[in-house]
Design a protein around this ligand. Sequence first.
Ligand code: EPZ
Length: 417
Amino acid sequence: METIIVEGGHRLQGTVTISGAKNAALPILVSSLLTEGWNVYDNVPDLRDIRTIKKLLTELGARVETEEDVVKINTSALESHEASYDLVKTMRASVLVLGPLLARLGRARVSLPGGCAIGARPINLHIKGLEQMGADISLEHGYIDARARSLKGADIYFDIVTVTGTENLMMAATLADGVTILRNAAREPEVVALADTLNQMGAQITGAGTPVVTITGVDGLKPASVTIIPDRIETGTFMIAAGVTGGDIKIVGCEPAHLAAVIHKVRQSGITVEEEPHGLRVVCETTISSVDVKTIPYPGFPTDMQAQFMVLMCLASGLSVISETIFENRYIHVSELQRMGADIKVSGSTAVIQGGKPLTGAPVMATDLRASASLILAGLAAEGTTEISRVYHIDRGYEAIEKKLAQLGARIRRTRG
Ligand code: EPZ
């Protein structure tokens, strides 16, 4: 089992380049199911989850070619409409094939994803929306079995803002008969990037990035050629890395407009964040001030940055309160941080952090993608050495994180233990 070993106490400085966004690339690669011909995607990050979705598309009959960060996908010869449990259980975003397969083939059989470390994460809103569009859906033997002779436009209201729910139904609606309206839709940059890609393919989508998205169905789409947007969560993670090491980091290739809430909170903590022509410069020269944070749907503070920000608050002077409103179990990293000396108390969806207690290195275990990033950040700040196990979690969403951090001066290495 691989581990990552971090020796704390080294100031990070230098320049890091941000990779393409995992959560934009996943739905965009899946959108290739909607059309024949060769789709070309540039700036695709080399991540475990990307390899999983390419494997799933190949199993459906797609031809997938990868050359460095360029991925080409051709689904002219789809042979299957089934996404197996083996693949879906490793990555719940696999459910994104449901809408496109229904739109393209009128048939889809996708394993129910089941829960994950951070919560139950049901997909009832995906299913309810597709049923409103005329799909017949049954749940048996752990699978969603969906059929639709033809999908029809519908007026759909999401009881809860759902990112992949919005993306799944948006893709299904591109080829439906008539107009679909998605109300209380997710507004994330990754949703907008998908809409831009679909419109380039000939779809008719307006309102992406606002709570009301309108999709007018068309008869067919043509292949896309797009560049994946930069990863705002990787960007935020490196901003925190500068903060926890008193560093000075230039983050290039990022899109500051995609993480305004994070920049605001990091600045509130006393860290200097300057927008530059090619990205951001983040400099931490003062003691960190405590800042309260509440995670809410975009454009609010993202839940995917909650664990990382908590580490910064462990180093702050004073008391801070974090409220996690998106997932019901996204404090698994707290017990690991407590083993490193953090003073954190959790009650329901609220965590109270008493900052200023020195962190000390310890053997810790990663449990989910962003929690594992927070453990690396804590290791960078801790006195002594931190060994993080189950690092396959981090490889799902961060491209060569230890190489990027080492280039900034971190003492970090991966062991093939
Ligand atoms: C997306 O997950 C992201 N994944 C997650 O990033 C991110 O944390 C999450 O959005 C929230 O921003 C991808 O984009 C691939 P949701 P998603 O549907 O779409 C409830 C990472 O680290 N809900 O927006 O699965 C759900 O339980 C990952 O990269 C229902 O109740 O999240 C949650 O409480 C982790 N029924 C809330 O909505 C549904 O049908 C938001 O979930 C759908 C969702």
